[in-house]
Design a protein around this ligand. Structure first.
Ligand SMILES: *[C@@H]1O[C@H](CO)[C@@H](O)[C@H](O)[C@H]1NC(C)=O
Ligand SMILES: *[C@@H]1O[C@H](CO)[C@@H](O)[C@H](O)[C@H]1NC(C)=O
Ligand SMILES: *[C@@H]1O[C@H](CO)[C@@H](O)[C@H](O)[C@H]1NC(C)=O
Ligand SMILES: *[C@@H]1O[C@H](CO)[C@@H](O)[C@H](O)[C@H]1NC(C)=O
Length: 347
């Protein structure tokens, strides 16, 4: 296990707690660690909020003193608001409620009040906001930036400053996605041009392509995206990682060295692709947690999930990853806090 920099103290405490909670006997061999040659910044670890929150945004009480206190404890921090539902979120400055969501993957509104609350929250806790824009808004073959421009203009008017921008999510996975990889790369290029053309937005960070499939498919997708011009559009390359499907998660798997180590060859492959086709750009785990599909009930929210998390932080930093966005700050079994805003793990 590798531990880096200022995380060591905080996470070693958690490690001891999780060793106790598993109730087994382990020999922990903390080796003198070799310099990996990589350095991480103070915002190495950030969090995510899933775009699925729009439509019931008030559930996440961003003005709740408990939430504010916990959030301030994570500063300096970044939050990425994104995920599959980002491609169904439409900013609507005439509706006052986003409650028109019929189920998964149906369009929903992000209201002015939602956007105000999110921006006021990040400002008051001192976080950087990364927002994932809707790639499924189309005009002919191309991305239709009309709704994004409305968000950007409104934000300018209110003095909201985003740190990072994304377009679409896991388009290598999403079954209804009919967009070709060169088209996606072209959309990123036009998004970059749009951001550069608008006053008050630069400097900004464009992250992508948020590849999310397991194994080869995401490598093939990232390679094709970079080669089609995506590499020039982005500032940070993003890849998503989960160890397993939540439905197949077990406590045993969550502390099995084989599970922990399964990440290493994948990260090596991602780094190899990014070094070759998007040289000089940072590589991030742009959305990551223990198990996909919302996290595993009574596993992802328990101390035992700390093994995967701690090892991921150390392993990723030692292999050259520059940022990790933890799915999630709120929402799902893998969240950092539960539905009553008490921090996880609770046991
Ligand atoms: C906003 O919602 C109203 C009422 O549902 C609808 O008529 C309008 O087309 C929506 N605007 C956008 C940009 O989707
Ligand atoms: C969502 O709204 C866009 C823009 O109005 C439309 O093109 C698209 O078909 C809608 N998607 C769904 C799933 O309803
Ligand atoms: C993709 O194509 C299918 C079938 O042609 C269509 O039903 C679906 O709405 C399309 N999806 C998107 C995101 O355009
Ligand atoms: C895809 O996976 C196979 C089997 O796991 C492996 O042999 C091959 O090298 C992989 N290809 C790429 C492009 O990663």
């Amino acid at each position: 296990m590798f531990l880096s920099g200022r995380f060591a103290v905080k996470w070693i405490t958690l490690l001891i707690a999780c060793l106790i909670s598993v109730g087994s006997c382990y020999d922990v061999d903390v080796q003198q660690f070799k310099d990996s040659g990589f350095q991480i910044g103070p915002k190495f670890v950030g969090v995510t909020i899933d775009s699925g929150i729009f439509g019931h945004f008030s559930e996440l009480q961003l003005q709740n003193p408990k939430v504010l206190t916990l959030a301030k404890g994570l500063t300096p921090n970044r939050v990425r608001v994104g995920g599959t539902d980002c491609d169904f979120v439409i900013f609507n400055d005439t509706v006052t409620s986003g409650l028109n969501k019929q189920g998964d993957h149906t369009n929903t509104s992000m209201t002015v009040a939602d956007w105000d609350e999110l921006n006021n929250f990040v400002r008051s806790v001192g976080w950087d906001l990364i927002f994932d824009f809707n790639e499924f808004l189309r005009k002919g073959d191309n991305w239709d930036p009309t709704n994004a421009i409305e968000i950007l203009k409104y934000s300018q008017q209110k003095g909201y400053k985003l740190w990072g921008y994304e377009l679409g999510n896991e388009l290598d996975v999403f079954p209804e996605n009919n967009l070709s990889v060169p088209q996606i790369a072209a959309d990123f290029i036009s998004f970059r041009q749009l951001l550069e053309s608008m006053a008050g937005i630069s400097p900004f960070t464009l992250l992508g392509p948020d590849a999310g499939s397991v194994g080869n498919r995401s490598y093939v997708y990232m390679t094709a995206f970079f080669k089609a011009g995506g590499a020039n559009a982005i500032d940070v390359s993003t890849w998503h990682h989960y160890y397993m499907n939540s439905l197949k998660a077990t406590v045993e798997k969550f502390h099995d060295v084989k599970t922990l180590e399964s990440l290493r060859p994948e990260l090596n492959k991602v780094m190899e692709i990014c070094r070759e086709y998007a040289p000089g750009k940072e590589v991030w785990l742009g959305e990551t947690s223990s198990s996909y599909g919302g996290g595993a009930h009574d596993i992802s929210d328990r101390y035992v999930a700390s093994f995967l998390w701690l090892d991921k932080l150390g392993l990723a930093s030692s292999l050259g990853i520059q940022g990790i966005l933890r799915q999630t700050f709120y929402g799902g079994n893998y969240a950092l806090m539960g539905s009553t805003f008490d921090p996880n793990p609770v046991s």
